[in-house]
Design a protein around this ligand. Sequence first.
Ligand code: NAD
Length: 276
Amino acid sequence: MSISQVVKDLKGRLDGKVAIITGGGSGIGYESSILFAREGADVVVADINLKAAELTVDRIKEKFPLHVRKHTAAYKVDVAKEEEVKKLVEFTLKEFGKLDIMFNNAGIMHPHDDNALNTDEKVWDVTMDINLKGVWFGCKYAIEAFRRKPNKAGGVIINTASFVGFLGSATPQIAYTASKGAVISMSRELAVNHARENIRVNTLCPGPLRTPLLMDYLNTEEKKNRRLAHVPIGRFGEPIEQAQAALFLASDEASYITGTELKVDGGITAAYVTSD
Ligand code: NAD
């Protein structure tokens, strides 16, 4: 085998790509930042928690010391604020020269999210502002950045939704559920609107995961088991399992995939009963 073949084989699945990952300080965003970097992408780790984003960047540098990672950066952003998202994309274009992948992953589940009668309007608004409007802003400025690239090179958008975009939960979380359903619908429309510009838009739909977002909410064994009864695989998912799916959607291997929802959910959305 020639040296050039060996070098070619060592190429990562995202070599030469520039990615923004929101919520990169924890959970899915953390694992995706590391995985995307491992696969050769320059990653802007964006999070409202700058310290957490910086720790992710430190981890990338620690894990891949042999790579020339001159272009991995932490960036503080509140995705609910349009001006901040605009500046995040401007920063990326200035420092990295282009944007290829926008992973709109940041999201919250408010502890006081409840049913239609008990949910305070403020809880609804903050959930929509981050989970839905934040994703819209990310898409908007990513599309603008993709359009500036030569030769209609386009780009990839991945929006994190949830299995609850497909299922009603008897344990209510009405704002969260509504926000995730809307992310799925919005992403489909964006995919259709921008497909001819070589822009792909898909949603990642995780099942229940062992990350702070859910574990802080399911804070007793009883609450955890109540959920696990509905998961055919019988365990919570791991953030890395979502990152691997996001990597596929971000890579050229998914070049004919747009407007779809990738459910990485341990079978929960397929289940009627989970055991006999
Ligand atoms: P996580 O809480 O571990 O990480 C979320 C990250 O987003 C944190 O670092 C947080 O600081 C950041 N963030 C929160 N608000 C922000 C804002 N306004 N601007 C920028 N960053 C902000 O959560 P996770 O489990 O990794 O969740 C990531 C995504 O996956 C979310 O959209 C979530 O709704 C979705 N999801 C999670 C689960 C689950 O079970 N954990 C299931 C389905 C979908």
